[in-house]
Design a binder for this molecule. Structure first.
Ligand SMILES: *Cc1c(COP(=O)(O)O)cnc(C)c1O
Length: 385
């Protein structure tokens, strides 16, 4: 048999490789601490789990869900967007339920990119932005992302032949993996650029609720004219410790939301309505659980930043996300340093180069490890430097 060419062009999925290395060490009986993957260690809050218990017992939830999401779920999403950002949305036309943001982002390529078209993605970014393009036989143009520009992807020098075939620009702030946040002015410039060139601006806002030191992350839809060219992705995964539940939503420009909905109508039959009911409880219930979670991440961030600085590694304390992005020691590569930490300290970190070319020279440390294990990992890193 012969698989599709686009599959052969896929880069190996970053985390799959790291898992393999970890499993090999574990098999040798070695205690490995992972600061690699960004998967919250804390459980889903009780009131959300209880809502799921109730929802699962309802026979009407046992049938096929509404493809676009239940109207109740889409209303809850719209209500949350208005309460949190002051953004008013029509739940029928401007909100779409997703089986996780990753699903929606991947399928956005199917809705917008023809073979040979371009997708604009940050040169340090979530792998699905470019992976979804490859699966669609589209090409990715990587926008430079540099530390001295605050890791704001640079769209000012894109070649004309790329621009004429560009369909989607992906951005995501607060940013995974760099922890960078965007300014209103940057969003305004990106919107003006996408309007000028007829490009859909897809903003991945998975970390909007995980902020520190009083910082409050915006929605790009708050900006003037955003509804003309933007689709935004929100996920319950990180906000409510619900990565395993697979629930998110897309919202924004009705044509873009509708196009993504058409792709999904033909590929999946929506998320289990009981999961949507639990998500309604998350979005409409008390947000104290989110504040408590942020306080824990902020404490862990402070621990990590203090340790890295004590051993001479340069890093900024991020204002948001669950990651600390730090430079590797002078003269070492991302892979080399990550391998050294794995082999000598038995601590997994993610090499920045795995997120793209501009990530070389950095590693990402995730804050999703229980405090006592995090402290142990930091101790081991210190001892092995
Ligand atoms: C975790 C994460 C998501 C969320 O993905 P889900 O599929 O909703 O779990 C989206 N974008 C980025 C950048 C992330 O880090």
């Amino acid at each position: 048999m012969r698989t599709a060419d686009c599959l052969n062009n896929m880069a190996p999925y970053l985390f799959a490789q790291i898992d393999k290395k970890r499993d090999a060490l574990k098999q040798r009986g070695i205690d490995v601490i992972s600061l690699g993957i960004g998967d919250p260690d804390m459980p889903t809050p009780d009131h959300i789990v209880e809502a799921m218990h109730d929802a699962i017992a309802k026979p009407e939830n046992h049938q096929y869900p509404d493809y676009a999401g239940s109207l109740a779920y889409r209303r809850a999403c719209a209500q949350w967007m208005e309460g949190r950002f002051g953004v008013r949305l029509d739940p029928r036309a401007e909100v779409l339920a997703l089986i996780g943001s990753k699903e929606g982002i991947a399928h956005l390529h199917t809705a917008f990119a023809n073979p040979g078209d371009y997708v604009l993605a940050p040169s340090i970014g979530y792998p699905v932005y470019s992976g979804g393009a490859t699966l669609q036989s589209a090409q990715t143009y990587f926008m430079p992302m540099r530390a001295d520009q605050g890791f704001l992807a640079d769209f000012d020098n894109i070649p004309a032949e790329v621009l004429s075939r560009a369909k989607i620009m992906f951005l995501g702030y607060p940013n995974n993996p760099t922890g960078a946040v965007a300014t209103a002015d940057y969003f305004d410039r990106a919107i003006a650029f996408c309007l000028e060139h007829g490009i859909l601006l897809a903003h991945d806002n998975a970390y909007s609720e995980i902020c520190f030191d009083g910082y409050v992350a915006p929605s790009i839809l708050e900006r003037p004219r955003a509804m003309e060219c933007c689709i935004e992705f929100f996920s319950l995964s990180k906000t409510y410790n619900m990565t395993g539940w697979r629930i998110a939503f897309a919202c924004g420009n009705a044509e873009a939301v509708g196009a993504l909905g058409t792709v999904k109508n033909n590929l999946d039959s929506g998320q289990f309505t009981a999961v949507q009911d639990a998500a309604i409880a998350a979005l409409t219930g008390s947000q104290q659980c989110v504040a408590d979670m942020c306080a824990i991440y902020q404490r862990r961030r402070d621990l990590v930043v203090a340790t890295l600085r004590a051993i001479g590694l340069e890093c900024e304390a991020p204002q948001a996300t669950i990651y600390v992005w730090t430079k590797v020691p002078e003269g070492q590569t991302s892979e080399g340093f990550a391998t050294k930490l794995l082999e000598q300290a038995h601590v997994i970190v993610t090499p920045g180069s795995g997120y793209g070319a501009d990530g070389e020279g950095f590693i990402r440390i995730s804050l999703t490890t229980p405090d006592e294990r995090l402290v142990e990992a930091l101790h081991r890193i210190k001892e092995n430097m």
